[in-house]
Design a protein around this ligand. Structure first.
Ligand code: LLP
Length: 376
């Protein structure tokens, strides 16, 4: 660990990222395509590896589309989702010639059509359908249930496809789904595949045979509890689940939008201990990273393992601490009642599994600087 660097900062491990990308490419077959969900981490150092591995990108804003193009991703491999695409974002994506818009409402379909006609192009669109499948994950990151702001209801699927086929500025190419994030069982994915099979049967019965892509979204979870034992998610089971359960028609391809599973384990947030405060009932490790650098514990109650890197180099007893940040919010707590080596001012800490939704969600609250980042 480089002691000269100003903390807090993110550090990405290129070996773990490479291993993860190789595992993805080994586990998928040639009909299974991955669009990396850039919302998880848009750091150019990370994106370069992902681009070289041949993945496409899943974007949810004009800024993300721009970033993906800047770092050299093939626009044809970009998909663009989001319930609130602004006109400038749609125009930007049309100009770039992205692969597909994932359309989330009827009014959006009409606007994409108008803007495409205005630009003299035809926009490829997939319709995001809400499959009402329970992902069994955190309420704030469940998206596939009925009561949700995302996507079209299943009963609106056929009218939307019919409407798309009437519009000259859009071409219907497929269906899009996403049931949630940090899904650690394969059963919800199997249920999603079965729901898609039912929907495909319905479409065929109605004489609609123009569906070419089935995008199953993202959501594969990672092991936050055991980052050292399980640095690479089980992509083998993930892709096999869909190979076995999803009935792709001969002319169809499967797409997915993995974010967290690609980048979470390769990243750590490094922080220095400022003070160890001995309260009457508790001891607090106060570090220089806070919820502004890694918001997941404060926002979702998420667990990130904390390693004391300095203590790893010498023999120390252990103690129990609340590990907290310096931000003026009582939710600025990383860990409560956490057992770790006896910790001292100046020690370096690593918050593990922070490569996804870490750096990208950092803020400048309290007029703090955004964390720096390095790749090793
Ligand atoms: N596709 C769509 C349409 C999505 O909404 C998302 C994530 C993904 C793909 C990628 O999902 P993943 O493979 O990363 O699970 N900030 C939260 C996670 C929010 C996920 C939002 N949508 C967290 O830190 O846990």
């Amino acid at each position: 660990m480089n002691d000269e660097r100003r903390t807090p900062y993110y550090i990405y491990n290129s070996k773990i990222l490479q291993r993860t990308l190789c595992a993805i490419n080994a586990a998928r077959d040639e009909r299974q395509h991955v669009h990396y969900a850039i919302k998880a981490n848009a750091n150019p150092l990370v994106l370069e590896h992902i681009r070289q591995a041949g993945l496409g990108v899943d974007c949810v804003s004009g800024g993300e589309v721009q970033r993906a193009i800047e770092v050299g991703f093939d626009p044809a491999k970009i998909v663009f989702a989001g319930i609130g695409k602004a006109d400038w974002e749609i125009r930007l994506a049309l100009k770039a010639g992205i692969g597909c818009f994932n359309v989330e409402s009827m009014p959006e379909l009409e606007v994409i059509n108008e803007l495409a006609l205005e630009a003299g192009v035809v926009a490829r669109v997939a319709l995001r359908i809400n499959p009402n499948v329970d992902a069994h994950t955190h309420a704030k990151i469940t998206t596939g249930l009925n009561e949700n702001k995302f996507g079209l209801a299943m009963e609106d699927m056929q009218p939307a496809i019919r409407r798309a086929s009437e519009l000259r500025g859009v071409e219907y190419v497929g269906l899009h789904f996403h049931i949630g994030s940090q899904i650690t069982e394969f059963e919800p994915f199997r249920l999603l595949a079965e729901r898609i099979n039912e929907l495909q049967d319905e479409l065929e019965q109605a004489g609609i045979t123009t569906t070419r892509t089935i995008n199953v979204g993202g959501g594969l979870g990672i092991d936050y509890e055991h980052p050292d034992d399980c640095p690479v998610p089980d992509f083998e089971s993930y892709f096999r689940t869909f190979r076995e359960a999803l009935q792709l028609r001969p002319h169809q391809e499967m797409h997915c939008e993995l974010g967290r599973a690609v980048v979470a384990q390769c990243g750590c947030l490094i922080s220095r201990v400022l003070y160890v405060k001995e309260g009457h009932q508790k001891k607090f490790v106060i570090c220089d990273a806070g919820m502004t650098d890694l918001v997941r514990p404060a926002m979702y109650g998420s667990y990130h393992q904390c390693d004391n890197l300095t203590a790893q180099q010498d023999q120390r007893t252990t103690d129990t601490y609340d590990v907290v940040g310096p931000i003026c919010e009582s939710s600025d707590v990383f860990l409560k009642g956490y057992q770790m080596p006896t910790t001292r001012r100046g020690d370096l800490l690593a918050f593990r599994s922070a490569g996804a939704y870490g750096e990208i969600m950092a803020s400048q609250y309290n007029c703090r600087s955004l964390p720096a980042s390095y790749m090793e």
